[in-house]
Design a binder for this molecule. Structure first.
Ligand code: ZN
Length: 609
């Protein structure tokens, strides 16, 4: 039992696990002092951290309002996310159902196996009262599947039972919607890092070694708290992990993170190596934890406060997602969970991903960030030709910036120093970061590097051409090498097999079905493009032979470059006959080598060599 003093609040929410089969929550909002002019209610259109309009109001069903006598009040909709209730004296009672059937960490999901929600999906805001404290009553699950269910959330408990059902409180609406809640049969393990209690909570079927998870995450958390400087900005922290057959993703919050991972990526008892899947999971945990500082507290000025009714454009996602993506894996190396060669393999893969998409010549990282809402978050078949990822290229931007700062300052200033300054001068003081804040800070701190930094930002952040990373990395003893891919599955990072045959390349990606080989993307200036093929086309024969997605690779391995081959394909129901000139795969596959270990220590710790 947890029992803190109850502060009476004017804004009280109650959530009931009403109907798991219909995926419906029932929500009641009681306002003791409603707006005398008529109370306006509003649902967010997006959830912070995921920059896409999702219009959560579309899942609100049957919203009704009653006055103190229990008489119905008229409710009118004034736009897609806003309701206006007729004036009344308090208490005003609002009721509605929410349909929760989104299998992601960004919304809400409820069935016989568990209940999960973000406040942005379930709680209407009482406009004008958003800054007031509020309470949430989580009603005990009564349906038959809910035996043994417990609650996990970083919301502050006021009076809850042993399973965690009962009353919670939040400082404001903004606080209320930043603590996702998971309810179900949960596996839990606790640890302390930087004097802060942490908990890992797994939901879904799994076989995870909880002791190992706890040990490894503790190292990451301790490291990051020390990195920014104790004390940590949160009084507790929760990793909410949703284990599924095949999934990956996460969303950051001020005192928690919600993650989805694949069952096979978690470590099992007796395993003491770091598998590729587990490395990815640890990187995800490290990424979301870093956001506790970088984006949840150090924020773009336009997010102070969040404007959740419409898109909130910023060029700065390179700093909030790119820098975070740089540090996530780097911290695994620095706290000894992976070794230097494993880390360099990851960086080689990242360079490969960028080099393979011509979209980097069409969109800058700053543009990618600004247009995240309609481009990065709404990718279609043309995305590889038209956009660049502010995560992927943003992480390389951060890497290059770190190396550049270290080289020009003779090791006296690095990206680490910048992050600590941003934390102390912006995060802790709740000052928003402007578009040019980082550039002007760096110009003051490392004046000898001003010209190099200007050129760097103009090329890598605002420009669309390739930067000479090989020359930069050579200055810290790293060799950058390019080769052709050996197969469609070759994602780079390693030198490849000596003597392996260069794979032939169509410049397209595909899936297969009974109809044939369905092209999913066609890269500009590739053999498939030159042949007039398009995403969506279904290839039924190559060189007069019927092939499927498995036999295509084997067939390609038997061909030689520069020969022209007949292609038969369907575009919708029209047969398309053309020729494709096969080409050797371009040298777009990167791997890194340590050429001078004495220089490398100016950037990376060397381990496991
Ligand atoms: Zn992120």
């Amino acid at each position: 039992m947890s029992h803190s003093p109850v502060t009476p609040t004017n804004v009280q929410y109650e959530l009931q696990l009403a109907d798991p089969a219909a995926h419906l929550f029932q929500v009641t909002l009681t306002l003791f002092v409603p707006d005398p002019q008529g109370q306006m209610l509003r649902m967010p259109a997006w959830i912070p951290g995921s920059y896409m309009i999702r219009d959560f109001a579309r899942h609100v069903i049957d919203l009704q309002a009653k006055d103190e006598q229990g008489s119905a009040l008229s409710v009118t909709k004034s736009d897609k996310s806003t309701w206006l209730v007729a004036p009344c004296r308090g208490p005003l009672v609002i009721t509605y159902a929410v349909y929760a059937w989104d299998l992601s960490v960004r919304a809400a999901h409820f069935d016989q196996f568990h209940a999960y929600f973000n406040g942005t999906s379930v709680f209407v805001e009482a406009v004008g009262q958003g800054n007031e404290p509020c309470t949430l009553m989580l009603a005990n699950a009564s349906h038959r599947d809910a035996t043994g269910w417990t609650v996990a959330t970083s919301l502050t408990a006021v009076q809850v039972d042993e399973a965690g059902f009962g009353r919670y409180q939040a400082e404001s609406y903004d606080d209320l919607i930043d603590h996702p809640v998971e309810i179900g049969e949960l596996t839990r393990v606790s640890f302390t890092a930087g004097d802060v209690p942490h908990e890992i909570v797994l939901s879904g079927r799994h076989y995870a070694d909880m002791a190992r998870l706890s040990r490894d995450l503790q190292r990451i958390c301790e490291y990051q708290i020390n990195f920014f400087g104790a004390p940590a900005p949160m009084s507790r922290y929760l990793f909410l992990v949703w284990v599924v057959g095949d999934g990956y993703g996460g969303l950051e919050h001020r005192s928690s993170t919600s993650l989805i991972c694949s069952r096979g990526d978690l470590p099992v008892a007796g395993m003491d190596t770091v598998s590729e899947g587990y490395r990815m999971f640890l990187g995800l945990c490290s990424h979301e934890y870093f956001h506790t500082w970088n984006v949840k507290r150090i924020k773009p000025a336009v997010f102070l406060p969040y404007q959740l009714a419409n898109e909130s454009h910023t060029e700065l996602l390179w700093a909030f997602e790119g820098i975070t993506s740089y540090y996530d894996d780097l911290f695994l190396l620095r706290c000894g969970l992976i070794d230097t060669s494993s880390y360099l393999e990851l960086i080689g893969k990242t360079f490969t991903r960028i080099a393979r998409n011509p979209g980097r010549f069409r969109q800058s990282v700053a543009e990618s960030s600004f247009d995240a809402w309609t481009r990065f978050y709404k990718q279609d078949e043309n995305a590889p030709n038209a956009i660049v990822s502010y995560y992927t290229k943003g992480s390389l931007l951060a890497l290059g910036l770190d190396v550049l700062l270290r080289v020009h300052s003779q090791g006296t200033y690095s990206l680490d120093h910048l992050m600590r300054e941003l934390w102390q001068d912006y995060g802790q003081r709740q000052r928003g970061v402007q578009d040019d804040t980082i550039q002007s800070l760096l110009a003051q701190r490392v004046p000898v590097a001003v010209d190099a930094l200007t050129d760097y930002f103009n090329t890598v952040l605002y420009g669309r051409e390739d930067y000479d990373f090989a020359a930069l990395l050579a200055r810290v003893g790293i060799g950058m090498h390019w080769r052709s891919r050996e197969s469609a599955a070759d994602s780079g990072g390693s030198a490849g097999k000596p003597g392996a045959r260069v794979s032939l390349w169509l410049g397209a990606s595909w899936t297969g079905d009974a109809a044939g080989i369905r092209l999913t993307t066609v890269l500009h200036n590739s053999p498939a493009h030159a042949a007039g093929l398009s995403a969506g086309d279904v290839i039924i024969a190559l060189d007069g032979l019927r092939l499927d997605k498995d036999s295509l690779e084997k067939w390609l391995a038997m061909q030689s470059p520069d020969q022209c081959v007949r292609v038969h394909a369907f575009r919708a129901d029209r047969l398309l006959e053309t020729e494709i000139r096969l080409q050797s795969a371009p040298a777009d596959t990167c791997y890194l080598t340590i050429d001078d270990p004495t220089q490398l220590t100016n950037w990376l710790p060397t381990t496991g060599e």
